[in-house]
Ligand binder design. Sequence first.
Ligand SMILES: Nc1ncnc2c1ncn2[C@@H]1O[C@H](COP(=O)(O)OP(=O)(O)OP(=O)(O)O)[C@@H](O)[C@H]1O
Ligand SMILES: [Mg+2]
Length: 241
Amino acid sequence: MMGYRTATAPRNGTSRLDIRFDNAGVDFGTRSALLPLSLTLSERRIGVIGLNGSGKTTFARLINGLTKPTTGRVIVDGLDTLSDAKTVLGKVGYIFQSPQNQIILPIIRDDIAFGLKARRLGKAEIEAAVDGILDRFGVRHLAERRAHELSGGELQMAALCSVLVTGPDILILDEPTNQLDLKNRALVQKTIAGLPENVIVISHDLPLVEDFDRVLLFDQGHLVADAPPAEAIARYRELAA
Ligand SMILES: Nc1ncnc2c1ncn2[C@@H]1O[C@H](COP(=O)(O)OP(=O)(O)OP(=O)(O)O)[C@@H](O)[C@H]1O
Ligand SMILES: [Mg+2]
């Protein structure tokens, strides 16, 4: 699992983060996107699977506070995602379903540096951190490229750099292999396998999560399985049949 060595260790990569859903649910108007659920997540690698519209992204966005619970609470490392939103955002890195929505600045190097600007770092320190993260993923050649010119796989790697450079404790990836060819898919899978950070991966690409520690299956806003991968995937196949 950890065979793929990384050049730079993240700041807090080895700590275990405790995520607690306390009867947390989300309604959008009269529509329930996620029914209230209670659980604790502390495993290193967690997969989230289910049909389109089943609530996976809603569930994941609750963890970094991008979506607020309309019932109950979500507690990350003892912090409420409502009252401690800013600290939670710093702890939970999130790579969106479409990484093109994530890269803000036109040049990749600037985008990666952007996340560090809020810290009191000097120019040289920022440059070193940006180079360090690019080297960590072997994508230094992307530094001066324009985001809108990148392929899906390159964009996914750039998004990974932009998020991980800030040293989050946990990384959520929403469909990271969506639209990738076999080669880039393999690269992203290998990269995820080598991450020392805790990860939560939402995916329709089931082999990606099959060696994970725990897999959650959602159906129409309900958590219908919370099990080892083989069991959750088998339930999903039954459900989709
Ligand atoms: N901002 C929103 N406003 C209204 N409804 C929403 C909003 N976000 C999500 N929904 C609805 O909530 C439900 C769950 O959506 P969610 O994006 O969590 O599904 P998903 O499992 O991630 O689906 P997919 O596999 O297609 O990405 C869907 O019915 C969706 O239409
Ligand atoms: Mg989704």
